[in-house]
Design a protein around this ligand. Sequence first.
Ligand code: HAM
Length: 429
Amino acid sequence: MSQYQAVKGTRDIFPEEVTRWKHIEGVVHSLASMFGFSEIRTPVFEYTELFQRGIGATTDIVGKEMFTFLPDPTGRSLTLRPEMTAGVMRAALQKNLLSMAPVHKLYYISELFRKERPQAGRQRQFSQFGAELIGVSTPAAVAEVITLMMQVFESLGVRGLKLRLNTLGGSEERLRYRDALQGYFAPFHAVLDEASKERLEKNPLRILDSKNPDMQEIVAGAPRLYDYLTASSVEDFEKVLFYLRERGIGYEIDHRLVRGLDYYCNTAFEVTSSELGAQDAIGGGGRYDGLAKEFGSSSDVPASGFAVGMERLLITMEKQGLFAALDSRGPLVYVIVQTLELGDHGLQIAYRLRKAGIKTEIDLAARSMKAQMREANRIRASYALFIGATEVETGLYALKNLVTSEQTTLSLDAVIEILREPAAKELMQ
Ligand code: HAM
């Protein structure tokens, strides 16, 4: 027992679970690359203003959830990144990527930090995989990021997800809508909850996102942004939906979907999982053409992207039994020595097997043969290779398939041959 515990809202990931993470990460890397995205890694902390400007000063993330610190009394305030989009856009602008090529497709698997109240599926340190497509935000581009995200879910076998989309229009349309919302909510001022009162002045769109049941009736009667959109905004959104239908990606339109970050324009989306409790959002994203301007760019930089919460994806996949095959994977062969004196010979055999590329395990604590057998079964080895005095003398070893219990006697070269066969490797998959 240690007198120290992991900090509230953080957790350790032990080897068995790391296997699950790697499985997901493998799918993300291969699909992202199939879609032409390249990996980017940005610093874990940035200047605080980056997030204030990028995500929006009135959002919950910036207002309440950032881990902010001063490196020294004279230094500029720094913040542990609560999301990736702002940092990736900062990096792209800093490097002047768009002068090198018109479009950049970047993806990441990264750790993030938000000072939220920890609960199931909500941590203070968590991870996301995500992608940002910078330089173009046509409906084809937006549909591409959504398709990549949905294809990751599909490849992993995740079921029961719901993709909801909304269009937030352009900045002018949102301004007109904002006025309309303020006009609508003003007469309700006395009955609005505190959070909504605060939002009414600064960011009335966020009132629509209120989770307070008492607010639902008022919110339900609010004007819809959709009715304030220009024909071209509607057309843009319809085209994104068209691509999704063409690809057989199911979706729902949710006119009240407002994301918790201010940089979005036009298409915004969220995916929820029925396996999660209150924190049911597994991923989300959208288009954010105006973000670059917040960082000092002279004009908009068309862009869109998404991020998926790794922990929430893991919870969903666990509940759906999607790791069963993965969990049964052990080393291919366990080398078992019959007597203590044969220990060194066993080690040499294990060395040769590993040199031949075969996943091998062997006891290092001079335990009894029975204990070695138990261990081979516990770690789910597919084969056991027995080393006894006769074996050493004849150079022929007993190889037992622990799945079928079949046993054969073979030279070490023949053992290597068999264990290298695709069929044997498959046992490990
Ligand atoms: P977000 O909706 O804030 O979007 O986060 C995306 C996902 O990260 C959520 O759906 C959730 O699964 C996961 N997540 C968020 N907070 C936590 C937490 N405290 N604990 C565990 N998981 C969490 C963004 O971050 C945007 N940057 C997405 C984006 C990319 N938009 C455009 N490009």
